[in-house]
Design a binder for this molecule. Structure first.
Ligand SMILES: NC(=O)c1ccc[n+]([C@@H]2O[C@H](COP(=O)([O-])OP(=O)(O)OC[C@H]3O[C@@H](n4cnc5c(N)ncnc54)[C@H](O)[C@@H]3O)[C@@H](O)[C@H]2O)c1
Length: 258
């Protein structure tokens, strides 16, 4: 008997070699998707891909990509799409963080953050859109941050709030091709991103403050975010679009009581 060939779904994850990116790749490949693991750090993306326990016939490739560079994004989609012939899920996870207050931010760093964290996801979706049209389906999952609503360093918050706006805008524009677009807003967790330039003691202080303001009284874990990503990529989430799911233990709420 000839069974119909059901193609394996393909996920493209940016910032795949980072703390959250690795957990997201591990979970999506565990769930049976093929993977395009994109990162500016190709060696680290290769190490991740080599570590994935893949099923028979399942594939994962590492691709160099700089989300701040339009030509690099075009090359990523050409290479990844060319390798698999389809792209089903895009997880916009890569981001850079230059800290700085309104009083002392550096305009060049502001532009770099906007390019990588906000323009990058838009350009990537623009390039993948023809695949979604051809497949009549697709999923976009944008990793933002709880600070889009809580506030914080202005450039970082501005690009994450902008990415929420882009999520809602793309949800409407891509809906005719049966593409859902949602965002996940994680709470604080230790990573190169949050430790950058901080010593252990100052991270500890920040973590204690964050737990204090979190009703569920702990930090986020990469698996919390990966699980929500897997849900949004799954059939169970087919009718959810334009949403922001806060995965931060309730810390998006204003502090209450003491
Ligand atoms: N860690 C947290 O507490 C936290 C909280 C809320 C939201 N987030 C968000 O989660 C996402 C992942 O953060 P993380 O904590 O895993 O950070 P991370 O530093 O561990 O990972 C970021 C990854 O992005 C890659 N990257 C950096 N610049 C790039 C570029 N120009 N092009 C392509 N890849 C690039 C890095 O090489 C790295 O592998 C980010 O969008 C971040 O804003 C993190």
């Amino acid at each position: 008997m000839n069974l119909p060939h059901i193609p394996r779904r393909v996920a493209l994850v940016t910032g795949a070699a980072g703390e959250l990116g690795r957990a997201i790749c591990q979970r999506l490949s565990h769930d049976g998707l093929d993977l395009i693991a994109a990162d500016i750090n190709l060696d680290a993306a290769r190490t991740l891909v080599d570590s994935l326990p893949l099923a028979e016939g399942q594939r994962a490739i590492a691709v160099h990509a700089d989300l701040g560079d339009a030509a690099s994004i075009a090359a990523l989609v050409e290479l990844g799409g060319g390798a698999f012939g389809r792209i089903d899920v895009v997880v916009n996870n890569a981001a850079v963080n230059h800290r700085g207050s309104l009083h002392d931010f550096d305009p060049a760093q502001w532009d770099h953050m906007m390019a990588v964290n906000l323009r990058g996801p838009a350009l990537l979706c623009q390039k993948v859109a023809p695949y979604w049209k051809a497949q009549a389906s697709g999923r976009v999952i944008n990793i933002v941050s709880r600070c889009w609503v809580a506030g914080g360093p202005p450039a970082y918050v501005a690009c994450k709030a902008g990415l929420v706006g882009l999520t809602r805008s793309m949800a409407r524009e891509l809906a005719p091709d049966n593409v859902t677009v949602n965002a996940i807003a994680p709470g604080l967790l230790p990573s190169a991103f949050t430790l950058d330039g901080r010593d252990a003691e100052s991270f500890e202080r920040m973590a204690r403050g964050s737990i204090n303001n979190t009703p569920l009284k702990r930090l986020a874990t990469p698996q919390d975010i990966a699980g929500t990503t897997a849900f949004l990529a799954s059939e169970d989430a087919a009718f959810i679009t334009a949403e922001v799911i806060h995965v931060c233990g309730g810390s998006q709420l204003a502090p209450f009581g003491n």
